[in-house]
Design a protein around this ligand. Structure first.
Ligand code: NAP
Length: 290
C-alpha cells in the first residue's frame, strides 16, 4: 500500500515503457514487505540534469539508468565506482549524504550464470559479438574472470578498434583484439564462450541469428553460448548452439541479477531473487503466448 512515508525508486530511460524493471522490483518490494515503490521515469536526454535536480528535491532513494542515459549521466554524479568508470557506463544510482553515487551492476549480472560453470578462464578465449554498451559490461566481466583473451567482433571495424583502444587506459586488465565480422569462422573453434551482445534475434525478429547453423557447427563441444537477449527464450542463436552441444545461457538471469544487486544497494537488505526471476519468467511466457 502506498502511504505518506513510501520511499521512491525508479528507472530513467527514453523510451522507458518497455522496461521490465518496475514489474520485477515491485514484486520484490512486495515480498520484502518494505514501503517502497519503483516507477518508470521517462526522461528526455536534454532534460537529464533537470530531472536529477528534481530527484534530489523529492528525495528519490535511487534509480536505474537505461538507454540513452547510461553514459550521459556520469558527469552529473558526485561519485562513480571504479567498475562503472572502467565500463564507461552507470546503470544504478544511489543517493548518499555526499550526493548521487553511480555504479554498474550489469557486470555482476552478466557474471552470475557463469559462476556455476567450471572453466579454466586464464587459458580461455572469449568471442564477443557486438561492441555497444552491453559489450562493455561483458568485457569488464571477462576481465574480472581473468579470461585469457577476448576477441570483439563487430560489423564496423573502425568502431571495434576504437572499442579495443578504450580498454588500454582501463584499470581492468584484459587482453583484447578487434575483428570484423568475417573473422568469426576462424575464431569459433577455439572459443570457450561466445556472447551475443547484438540485438539480432530479439523479439519480434525471433527467426534471426547473428550466426548461421553452419558457423555454430564450428564451436567446440562444451563451449558456452550466451545470448544477452531474453525474449524469445531461447533465441535462434541459442537453439542452434545447443543443437551442436553447446551450453546455452540467455539474458534473463543477467537482468534479474543486475536488478537484485541494485535493490540490495538501495535497501541494504537481501533481494528475493527467486521472486524477481519468477515474475519475469511468468510475464515473458505470457507475452510469448505460452
Ligand atoms: P547498443 O549499445 O546499441 O549496441 C548494440 C551493438 O550491436 C552495436 O555494437 C551494434 O553495432 C551491434 N549491432 C546491431 N545490429 C547489428 C547487426 N545487424 N549486425 C551486426 N551488429 C549489429 O545496445 P546494448 O545496450 O549494448 O544492448 C545490446 C543487446 O543486449 C540488446 O539486445 C539488449 O536487450 C541486450 N541487453 C541485455 C541485458 C540483460 O540484462 N540481459 C542488459 C543489457 C543489454 P554497431 O556498433 O556497428 O552499430
Amino acid at each position: 500500500m502506498i502511504t505518506g512515508s513510501t520511499k521512491l525508486l525508479g528507472v530513467i530511460g527514453y523510451p522507458v515503457e518497455h522496461s521490465l524493471s518496475p514489474m520485477m522490483h515491485n514484486a520484490a518490494i512486495a515480498q520484502m514487505g518494505i514501503n517502497y515503490l519503483y516507477v518508470p521515469l521517462p526522461v528526455k536526454p536534454e532534460n537529464l540534469a533537470d530531472a536529477m535536480r528534481g530527484f534530489e528535491a523529492i528525495g528519490l532513494v535511487g534509480f536505474n539508468a537505461t538507454i540513452p542515459h547510461k553514459q550521459a549521466i556520469i558527469p552529473l554524479l558526485t561519485s562513480v565506482s571504479d567498475l562503472a568508470q572502467a565500463v564507461g557506463a552507470v546503470n544504478t544510482v544511489c543517493r548518499t549524504e555526499q550526493g548521487w553515487m553511480g555504479t554498474n551492476t550489469d557486470v555482476q549480472g552478466f557474471l552470475a550464470p557463469l559462476q556455476g560453470i567450471t572453466r579454466d578462464w586464464a587459458n580461455a578465449e572469449v568471442v564477443v559479438l557486438g561492441n555497444g554498451g552491453a559489450a562493455r559490461a561483458v568485457v569488464a566481466g571477462c576481465a574480472q574472470l581473468g579470461v585469457g583473451h577476448v576477441h570483439v567482433v563487430g560489423r564496423q571495424l573502425e568502431k571495434v578498434q576504437a572499442f579495443q583502444t578504450s580498454w588500454h587506459e582501463s584499470p581492468l586488465k584484459v587482453a583484447i583484439s578487434a575483428h570484423g565480422w568475417n573473422a568469426i569462422d576462424a575464431l569459433l573453434p577455439n572459443a570457450s564462450l561466445i556472447v551475443n551482445t547484438t540485438p539480432i534475434g530479439m523479439y519480434p525478429h525471433g527467426n534471426a541469428s547473428p550466426l548461421s547453423q553452419h558457423q555454430l557447427a564450428k564451436l567446440s563441444p562444451g563451449a558456452i553460448a550466451y545470448d544477452l537477449i531474453y525474449t524469445p527464450r531461447p533465441t535462434q542463436f541459442l537453439q542452434d548452439a545447443q543443437a551442436v552441444g553447446a551450453i546455452a545461457l540467455d539474458g534473463l538471469e543477467m537482468l534479474v541479477q543486475q536488478g537484485a544487486a541494485a535493490l540490495e544497494l538501495w535497501t541494504q537488505q537481501p533481494a528475493p531473487v527467486n521472486i524477481m526471476r519468477a515474475t519475469l519468467e511468468q510475464h515473458l511466457a505470457q507475452r510469448m503466448g505460452h
